[in-house]
Design a protein around this ligand. Structure first.
Ligand SMILES: [Zn+2]
Ligand SMILES: [Zn+2]
Length: 321
């Protein structure tokens, strides 16, 4: 009798121990430059941040193929398996990104997925949003819902400070041995984000115009943060507008005498060509940082900061020239 209890106890302990070591194995691995953390992200901007903080100890890849439209992207079964086998999957959150929600749903261990926008609050996401209104009001609730689901959360440098902090914290948790290295890279990144925020404030401090026309609604967070309006030719999920919507947009552009339209790198649409032809506007380029082009993927100098530098030139023209 006593012996069998001992055996049962021993078994229980073995199971408990192996369960523990499994969790440890998942959370912490012996990370080195030869044994990097394998990380997948959705948007390129998240890839760029993770690469900059993780440096030589991470291998980061966006799940989107070069030039893809994230709004119509679907991963294959094999890609789903690869992501689930990696050390970490970084995405915005399940409300903003239904494809990421599906992928995250296939990953059981919560330590292997990081929804960087999950803890961003109402006031974070709707910067400069006036709160003397009644939130019960139907129309307003509707507005909130739409803004809250805008997937392009990685463009705003101020929101990004919170996002990169959660990435840094997660890397330190997984690989505490290289904490000092991650902290140093993180501080540099925060300094760059602060600098971009300053420049954005400067551009938008006393603008000649209050509206930016863009090929699809990707700059809602920047518009909220810095107090201008965006007019997207296509909506925030890149739905094609009807002929009637399109004509209304052209009319609006012409009425308000908008001289510029921002065209994004991965939006190749007949619709934007119509705008180009029907309105008397000058095209400017804008990078929404969801995905890179084939050429950019192989360019090691492309980062959130380098693309934002070019974006700010276009925004400055659109608002002030
Ligand atoms: Zn509100
Ligand atoms: Zn988009």
């Amino acid at each position: 009798m006593k012996k069998s209890i001992m055996i049962i106890l021993a078994c229980v302990m073995m199971i408990a121990l192996s369960a523990c070591s499994n969790i440890n194995k998942n959370e912490k691995k012996d990370v080195s430059t030869n044994n990097k953390l394998k990380i997948y992200t959705t948007a390129f901007a998240f890839e760029s941040f993770t690469e900059q903080i993780g440096g030589k100890y991470v291998e980061v890849e966006s799940i989107y193929p070069p030039g893809a439209d994230m709004h119509s992207f679907e991963p294959t079964q094999k890609e789903m398996v690869n992501i689930a086998k990696s050390d970490l999957f970084i995405y915005s959150n399940q409300d903003m990104d239904s494809v990421a929600k599906k992928i995250a749903g296939s990953i059981n261990n919560k330590h292997l997925k990081l929804p960087v926008a999950a803890n961003l609050k109402h006031d974070d996401l709707l910067a400069n949003h006036e709160h003397d209104h009644n939130h019960e009001e139907h129309e307003h609730e509707h507005d909130h819902e739409e803004s809250g689901n805008d997937p392009h959360v990685w463009l705003d440098p101020v929101l990004n400070k919170k996002i990169v902090k959660s990435i840094k914290t997660d890397l330190v948790e997984k690989d505490p041995q290289h904490k000092a290295y991650y902290e140093k890279n993180y501080k540099q990144l925060i300094a760059d984000l602060d600098h971009i925020n300053q420049q954005m404030r400067h551009i938008t401090s006393n603008p000649k115009r209050d509206t930016v026309v863009i090929s699809h609604d990707s700059i809602g967070y920047l518009a909220n943060r810095y107090g201008f309006k965006q007019v997207g030719v296509s909506g925030m999920n890149n739905e094609e507008p009807s002929q009637r919507d399109l004509m209304e947009i052209v009319q609006r552009i012409n009425e308000t005498k908008q001289p510029y339209v921002l065209y994004e790198q991965n939006i190749s649409s007949k619709v934007t060509d119509v705008i180009q032809k029907e309105s008397h506007t000058t095209p400017l380029s804008f990078h929404n940082m969801a995905t890179l082009s084939e050429k950019e993927v192989n360019d090691k100098d492309v980062s959130y900061q380098s693309l934002m530098k070019e974006n700010m030139k276009s925004l400055n023209k659109a608002l002030n020239n």
